[in-house]
Design a protein around this ligand. Structure first.
Ligand SMILES: [Zn+2]
Length: 75
């Protein structure tokens, strides 16, 4: 995961598991098309303006919000 001081990085809403590696599977798709990944909430910019709990996430065809208790809410 690399080193960071950002408190939200290790929280559940940021803990989506992807198959593959940086070049294969779903992880590889995210890394090869980061614009789409940001659009779909699969990546969250570390700009201090947004946190994973606030970013809609495309999950099985629906936009959802993930929370830090492991919950999923359709939006
Ligand atoms: Zn996959």
């Amino acid at each position: 995961m690399g080193g960071t001081r950002l408190s939200w990085v290790g929280k559940p809403a940021n803990g989506v598991v992807l198959c593959g590696s940086g070049t294969t599977g779903c992880h590889g798709k995210v890394e090869s098309d980061r614009a789409t990944a940001y659009e779909n909430g699969w990546l969250v910019r570390r700009n201090g303006l947004m946190y994973p709990i606030d970013v809609p996430f495309l999950y099985q065809g629906d936009l959802v919000l993930l929370d830090d208790e492991g919950g999923i809410t359709r939006v």
